[in-house]
Design a protein around this ligand. Sequence first.
Ligand code: IPE
Ligand code: IPE
Ligand code: MG
Length: 239
Amino acid sequence: MPDTPPNGPRHVAIIMDGNGRWATLRGRPRLFGHHAGARRVREIVEACPDLGVRYLTVFAFSTENWKRTQTEVAGLMKLFRRYIEREAKALLTAGVRVRFIGDRIRLDERLVRMMDDLELMTSGNDGLHLTIAINYGGRDEVTRAAKRLAYEIEAGRLTHKDVDAETLARFLDTRFLPDPDLVIRTSGEARISNFLLWQSAYAEYEFVDTLWPDFTAAEFGRVVAGYRARDRRFGAVRA
Ligand code: IPE
Ligand code: IPE
Ligand code: MG
């Protein structure tokens, strides 16, 4: 896989939004949009190597998405299982390393088993690192990390003096990931909706109007090119 070009984003995170509206515009049920959205993921995954993107993280289901109808939630869970079933082989041969973030406790056992298997199966890959967020929420993740940290302190393996940003980050779901350089949200909404709150402290954001099922590799390439022109100062003053 080519190296990330100078000024290129190494880690891109995407809030894949707008599937429901895309379907409604066509007079179809929301799940029709989710299926179309799932097909887009492959195109974006395949575009990453040429753009020098080594880490791609996609938001598939939030901790708040349980508020949707039972039909939509069940349909999405089934879609995740189907996605894994259908894509596993192609991901493996393309050298993609797949990992999942989010709380698995509320997910059905069958899905969790498939997620574990795909992680294990691709664990030797070192091409694109694809991370899929399912039942993920930034606040939930930080809360779970704080709880585990507290447990380590209670057990005497750490003390309060060990608690700093670096230690806390080791307890996050994303412990194996660099921070995102660029966060893209489709569908015209300019909000974060609880995605990678801690990790995106210094990310660049790009909000595009395109609904996720219409988001092409060409548009992805344009957004990445736009990122390269930005001046990231991280609080400092350019020399
Ligand atoms: C994003 O599309 C996918 C998920 C949240 C699962 P939406 O389902 O939020 O689509 P809109 O925002 O209603 O159009
Ligand atoms: C964010 O989209 C979650 C995902 C894309 C998985 P939502 O559609 O759930 O976010 P809100 O409700 O518009 O904030
Ligand atoms: Mg939405």
